[in-house]
Design a protein around this ligand. Sequence first.
Ligand code: MOS
Length: 723
Amino acid sequence: MPGAAVRPVVGQPVSRVDGRLKVTGGATYAAEFDPGPDMVYGVIVGSTIANGRIAAIDTAAAEAAPGVVAVLTHQNAPRLPYQRHQQLPVDPAAGERLHNLQDDRVRFQGQTVALAVARTFEQATFAASLVEVTYDEEPAVTTFAAAARHALPPDPAWEPTMFGFREEMGRGNVDAAMREASVRTDAEYVIPRENHNPIEIPATIASWQGDQLILWDKSQWVDNVRDEMASVFDIPAENIRVISRFVGGAFGSALRAWPHVALAAMAARVVDLPVKLVLTRRQMFNLIGYRPHTVQRVALGADENGRLMAIRHEGMAETSTYEQYAENLLNPTRYLYSCPNVATRYRFAPMNVQTPTAMRAPGEVSGIYALECAMDELAVALDMDPIELRMRNEPDRDEDRDLPFSSRSLRECYRVAAERFGWDRRDPRPASMRDAQGNLVGYGCATGTYPTLYSPASARAVLHPDGTAVVSSASSDMGPGTYTSMTQVAADALGLSIDRVRFELGDTSLPKATVHGGSMTMASIGTAVQEACVQAKRQAFERAGVTDPEADLGGVMRTLSEPVEVTAQNTAGEQQANYSMHSFGAVIAEVRVDPDLGLVRVPRIVGAYGIGRVVNPKTAHSQCIGGMVMGLGMALLEQTVVDSRNARPANSSLADYLVPVNADINELDATFVEEVDPHVNPLGVKGAGELATIGVAPAIVNAVYHATGVRVRELPVTPEKLL
Ligand code: MOS
């Protein structure tokens, strides 16, 4: 409880505590650490085929080039143990990770076949260009269509990961209900591969001191990087320290420890010098994961009143030949609407590509795109308002898990969003509205939902006799404002003013944390922070012999002769089995479509979200408008074009891979409905990061249909699809 004199800061729009460091260049990103003057640089040589073997590799010219320290290939690289100490919970649960330079096998385009190590980055880049590789090329699966012909169900070894995943599910009798339905829709929806493209590209600096490994890495989970390195090198985790103080955007791209991290560590051991390895953006498209290409079929059946009678949702997603990466494409379909007959099925399309991975709202954003476009098509078929259709199918409880929702504010989200947007001005007839310039105007809506995930985590609170506190956990901050929001939670739990509290993260020497992903950081790590602070405060009072719970902690701390230190676990998980916990949101978009050019503009997006307690409305708002921007990109711009001849990403640069720029963005209105959730966790928080990008793409696509009468089912909505 806060002390009498200190105003609580949770719920306040506190500016970023690290904002000054970020805008002045004081924040140190992975590639910017300085392990000493003897650091050398690694540059990767990537394969130029998608499948086959290395027949010969000639490194003589590279080795003779200026400044070169070593050129590693599968012929001279040390054999690494690659012992699986444990199943790492962000890894695909079937298959085996890619090994660096352990054999002559090439499994995808751009795979590492050599590493040039030199005194400078330029020297290493030049040396890498001199490595000559000859291949025995083998036929490769380079297109989704070819892979789909050999689609597979999940491997029997598949286990649910921390993000949850169930392959097949059914309730009721979908076939019979579909036959009885008065109105049916059945269509296929396609999302191309997308790459995360954060500003900070993947980077690792590795340094060995004897048998101790230090890594400065771009990571959303330093503990996971440590566990992965312990497995790869078969060394105790205690011998490894991973530091990641700032992350310049990640969106899921830094959840796993990608092969280049171990490669940097391997090279540092070989040359016995610190090695810096920074991927180029072009290499980033090949050497880390991406959102998989998906093809989904959604069939809906409803009665004449718009009540859903049957849903069939089948999804297929690309994966690599060596791992089965799966995501929650179909989970929301099982609980989002009331429907007695539901069937879902997931299939893999294995290709000669690197393994895909989680990209903001992995699975949900793709599955809900298909489901929410299908709902719009059903509304058209029923001649019913699309918001009204959704309201008629609001469930009383989670019909998949047969549990009550801990809270569910979707009705209120739609009410607020519709009012702020002015939905009542919508003429329901397609292509009926125009602006003064003659552009076609459309309004579209879609629902978003994301689970409130939770995972064990710990945190430490140290109360110093000078009246300041340092609170820490091995969390990460990829941009949402973890440094700030955790400082707020700690300050309130201690009853100290926010300038007396510092929060530290991004270091495996800090208490073990869970992943900074899945929108679970505040629910999991925040609750650990709160617990550690509550316990530390209690201990300080006990030690000082103060019995008045309203006493000012700052004053109490000044009477202490030594710091009070408490490390605590979170205890937020016990209600997870009793309630279905999800955030919900309603998104409404307006589009203007040039009827001659097919150009789509988005003058405004309104989103209303039920995310429980909002710890910091300023940073949460920023997350939400960021999510809208990403959703707009998904709808209109983003696609990784994969060359069908060789599976090479053809647009692997920021010039060719389009993301929204400032000129694409107009009014973004993100608002939170009042939502008190007593069950979800002691902080009452649900998380916003993933939710904010869900529902945006279907709202825009549905608005494009309303504007034009053209139903685009394959993203992105580019002009030629409208002409
Ligand atoms: Mo998010 S895709 O869980 O970083």
